[in-house]
Write a protein that binds this ligand. Structure first.
Ligand SMILES: Nc1ncnc2c1ncn2[C@@H]1O[C@H](COP(=O)(O)OP(=O)(O)OP(=O)(O)O)[C@@H](O)[C@H]1O
Length: 286
């Protein structure tokens, strides 16, 4: 079996911005958070996957079909929620639903109605007259029930209030239940990343920093409090230091170094995901 999404050696230039090379594989049954600084290329990558932008080089395959080829069958396998939707302003939610739902053979009316009720979406109002948060809710209610195996979400909760963000997380967890679906979600929201993702794909200024399993990432980092100020020399594994506090992404190597050099540490703890992402984006500035 081939991966649901397979991206290899993908590169794109937009003026002086360069994205890639990107190598990313996504298998069924997984949620991947697409994380990066502002302008790192997250939205651009999602547009490339949807064939809405042309790459300079490289390949994107969905279920083994090239998205840049003549065969467009892959479009039935993807549902995409862009950051901003163009062309919907003069349509009501009811009109949009009538237009969109027949296009998708697996459309789930029960889920649509559930989302409308949970998010309290006024379907009789024109999209352009809704607040940004309600527009996001309506866009999601018109995207998730398509029940395509691959769901691409571009900052879906950016304008939502806190209870709605939590509701969406619950909806997405339920949506994953059948086990053969996948989500790629671009997000700056730490809760989306912590509560939803199995994997984290990190970009910085268009450069691929890495594709990590979330659990591995949280286990990989440790913070040490030393009895005295840190020695001046580089300590194996160190990625950050200040006075008597040291952060390492190779705790085993660090502890060997500290023991061999008779440096005592009084405490060790793990890092929050937010701290780890901040470190990844800081230490990999290219
Ligand atoms: N239509 C466009 N015209 C010109 N430049 C663009 C266009 N779209 C994207 N870019 C450039 O591409 C780069 C990546 O933008 P992109 O929107 O993909 O980043 P992002 O990671 O999604 O950012 P954010 O977190 O702020 O949403 C930026 O430098 C941006 O200026």
């Amino acid at each position: 079996m081939w991966p649901l999404l397979d991206i290899s050696q993908l590169e794109k230039n937009i003026d002086d911005f360069h994205l890639g090379p990107i190598n990313l594989t996504i298998n069924s049954g997984t949620i991947t958070a697409l994380v990066g600084n502002n302008g790192s290329g997250k939205s651009t990558l999602l547009k490339l996957i949807m064939n809405l932008a042309q790459p300079k080089m490289g390949n994107i395959k969905i279920n083994n079909t090239f998205v840049h080829g003549d065969n467009e069958n892959w479009k039935q396998l993807v549902a995409y929620q862009p950051q901003t939707v163009i062309g919907w302003n003069h349509f009501t939610g009811n009109m949009l639903k009538k237009l969109i739902s027949p296009l998708y053979p697996n459309w789930d009316d029960v889920l649509f109605n559930r989302m409308v009720a949970l998010f309290d979406i006024p379907l009789h109002k024109k999209y352009g007259k809704l607040s940004q948060g309600v527009q996001q809710k309506l866009t999601l209610a018109l995207t998730i029930p398509r029940n395509a195996p691959l769901l691409l979400l571009d900052e879906p909760t950016a304008f939502m209030d806190i209870p709605s963000k939590n509701l969406l997380i619950d909806i997405l967890v339920d949506w994953m239940e059948p086990g053969d679906r996948s989500i790629l979600i671009a997000s700056h929201q730490i809760d989306d990343i912590k509560k939803l993702s199995d994997y984290i794909y990190v970009l910085h200024n268009g450069n691929e920093i890495g594709h990590f399993e979330k659990e591995d990432l949280t286990e990989q980092y440790a913070r040490y409090w030393l009895s005295d100020d840190l020695p001046k020399d580089y300590i194996n594994g160190e990625v950050w230091r200040e006075r008597n506090v040291l952060i390492s992404d190779k705790p085993e190597d660090t502890e060997i170094y500290l023991n061999e050099n008779n440096v005592n540490w009084t405490n060790r703890n793990s890092l929050e995901m937010e701290e780890i992402i901040t470190l990844l984006l800081r230490s990999n500035k290219k």
